[in-house]
Design a protein around this ligand. Sequence first.
Ligand SMILES: O=S(=O)(O)/C=C/c1cc(Br)ccc1O
Ligand SMILES: [Zn+2]
Length: 257
Amino acid sequence: HWGYSKENGPDVWHKNYPVALGSRQSPIDIPRQVSHDPSLGPIVLDYDHCTSINISNNGHSVVVNFDDTDDRSVIHGGPLENPYRLKQFHFHWGGKGCDGSEHTVAGNSYASELHLVHWNAVKYQSFDQAATAPDGLAVVGIFLETGDDHRWLHTITDAMYMVKYKGSVTDFKGFNPKCLLPSNLHFWTYLGSLTTPPLHESVTWILLKEPIVVSEKQLGKFRLVLFTGEEEDQRLRMENNFRTPQPLKGRRIRSSN
Ligand SMILES: O=S(=O)(O)/C=C/c1cc(Br)ccc1O
Ligand SMILES: [Zn+2]
């Protein structure tokens, strides 16, 4: 099965997922100069009635899942032609003292990257159907840099010891990811893919320019989580669960204000 080690990591994913060598893969490096597109309106995150359900360890990341049976939490605006429904969010991070973001900015990595995954429920009947359509998904990426404690992240890091092992899941209700947003929503946007297998080329990426600040201590709690299940004799710490930037292959990146 795929993972992030030498034998099953990003360098060999193409063997089982040939689209890994495709023309719109993610993540990418965001160059210093990106064309500003004045026609790009602001991104709007309507999360006021969002319903988180649980937090789980899927063996690749820690995921907070949402009830996506109606339009109670959606994003719209920016490059999007329809509202997209929030399905889950998860993180990618590094090891002790090394960075773990997926996208890079002018070659620089951040400590971690948060992905809020949404799907186009106007055009498609299910997430799985949307996940294989070129305009099916919209993922908002938020960079995490280290500094002071983040005032709300503890609700997530405290729950992480409950999902230490792959396959574990625990109730996680009433969490609104609005508390994880930076103060301004200026963004870069481009057409790309999921950054984990199946690597579907179905994602409109919306990367917020302003990182949020979390402490080393809080990031350290991410690393208490394991890639491995309770029944496995190997205990592999979950860290460095990120894919490195992929070839741009002529794609245009646009910048909001
Ligand atoms: O890292 S991402 O590209 O946000 C991957 C998101 C993703 C979300 C779901 Br839900 C299922 C498979 C996936 O690969
Ligand atoms: Zn992700």
